[in-house]
Design a protein around this ligand. Structure first.
Ligand code: GUN
Length: 302
C-alpha cells in the first residue's frame, strides 16, 4: 500500500484562492484591505528569501504590504520604536518581525512589544494564553501548527478521539499543536501525547499514533517500524543534508530531508506529507489567513 500524499503545495493554492476572493469582497463592501508589514533586520539569506516570499504572497492575495528592511546595526530601542509606529498605523493589521534577530537585540522584548491584536505570528504571550484557553478566545493560532491542523482537516482525517503523538516540544510547533489538538472543536478533540528528548521509549509512543506529528529537527529520526499501519504522518522537519545541482536551473540547491524516513514510511502510513512540499508551504498561507482575520476583527466581521 502507498500512502495518500497530503500536499501543502495544493492546499496552499485552494486557501490563497479563498483569501483572494474574501479580500475582494471586503474591499468592495468596506473599502479596506488587510495590511501586513514584515520587518527584516540584517541580511541573513534564508530570512531574506522567507520575507520576499511572504511579501509576494501578500501581494498576490491583494493585501497592502510593506517590507521594512533595517540594518544589522539597528539598536533595540530603534526597533521597538519602529514596532510602536506600526502598532499605531491604521493601515497595518499584521506585524511580522522575521526571526532570528541579531544577538544585541532581545528577541523576547521585541515580540512582546507587538500589539497582540496585530501579532499574526501568534508568538505574543497574550496569544499563547488565548490558544491555551481555546474556542472563541483564540485570535491568532501560530502559523505552522495552524497549517498542520488545516492539512489534517482538508485531507479528511478523523481527529475526534484519535491518538495524536507529537514529537518535539518547541514553542513554535510542538507545544502549540499539542494544545490545539486537545481542544474541543474542528480538527481537534484528540488524545494527545507529547514526546521529547527526555522520553524513555520514543518508538513505543509513536507506534500508538493514529496521527503522528514530527517536529524534532532530526533527519529521519522516525523509523518506518514506528508507524502504525494506516496512520496519518505529518513531517514538520526541514533538514539540510547536503547540496545538489538543480536540474531545472543548473544552480546549487539544498538537499532536504524530513524527520521521517519518507520513502519507507509511505508504504506503511495511510496519509503522509512530503518534504519539501508538505507542511512548509502552509506556514506562509496561514500568515495570510491570520492577517485577513485581523482586519475582520477590526471591522467587526468575526
Ligand atoms: N523565522 C523562521 N520562521 C519564522 C516564522 O514563522 N515567523 C517569524 N517571525 N520568523 C521566522
Amino acid at each position: 500500500m502507498s500512502a495518500k500524499l497530503i500536499l501543502g503545495t495544493e492546499i496552499r493554492e485552494q486557501i490563497l484562492e479563498e483569501i483572494t476572493q474574501e479580500v475582494a469582497q471586503i474591499k468592495e463592501k468596506h473599502g479596506k484591505v488587510p495590511g501586513l508589514v514584515t520587518i527584516l533586520v540584517g541580511a541573513n539569506p534564508a530570512s531574506m528569501s522567507y520575507v520576499t516570499l511572504k511579501i509576494q504572497t501578500a501581494h498576490r492575495v491583494g493585501f497592502h504590504e510593506v517590507q521594512d528592511s533595517q540594518p544589522e546595526t539597528i539598536s533595540e530601542a530603534d526597533l521597538l520604536a519602529l514596532i510602536d509606529k506600526y502598532n499605531k498605523d491604521e493601515n497595518i493589521n499584521g506585524i511580522l518581525v522575521q526571526l532570528p534577530l541579531p544577538k544585541h537585540i532581545d528577541e523576547k522584548k521585541v515580540l512582546n512589544a507587538i500589539d497582540p491584536d496585530k501579532d499574526v505570528d501568534g508568538f505574543h504571550p497574550v496569544n499563547v494564553g488565548r490558544l491555551m484557553i481555546g474556542g472563541s478566545e483564540v485570535k491568532f493560532a501560530p502559523c505552522t501548527p495552524a497549517g498542520i491542523q488545516e492539512m489534517i482537516v482538508r485531507a479528511g482525517v478523523e481527529t475526534k478521539g484519535a491518538e495524536v503523538v507529537v514529537v518535539g516540544r518547541s514553542n513554535i510547533v510542538g507545544k502549540p499543536i499539542a494544545v490545539m489538538m486537545v481542544q474541543k472543536g474542528r480538527g481537534a478533540n484528540s488524545t494527545v501525547t507529547v514526546v521529547h528528548t527526555g522520553t524513555k521509549d520514543l518508538a513505543a509512543h509513536c507506534k500508538r499514533a493514529d496521527i503522528l506529528i514530527v517536529a524534532a529537527g532530526v533527519p529521519e529520526l522516525v523509523k518506518p517500524e514506528w508507524i502504525k499501519p494506516g496512520a496519518c504522518v505529518i513531517d514538520v522537519g526541514v533538514n539540510r543534508v547536503g547540496e545538489k545541482i538543480s536540474e531545472k536551473t543548473g544552480k546549487k540547491i539544498a538537499i532536504l530531508r524530513g524527520d521521517v524516513d519518507f520513502e519507507k514510511a509511505k508504504e506503511i502510513a495511510g496519509y503522509i506529507t512530503p518534504v519539501p512540499g508538505g507542511v512548509g508551504p502552509m506556514t506562509i498561507t496561514m500568515l495570510m489567513l491570520n492577517t485577513l482575520r485581523s482586519l475582520k476583527y477590526k471591522l467587526g466581521l468575526m
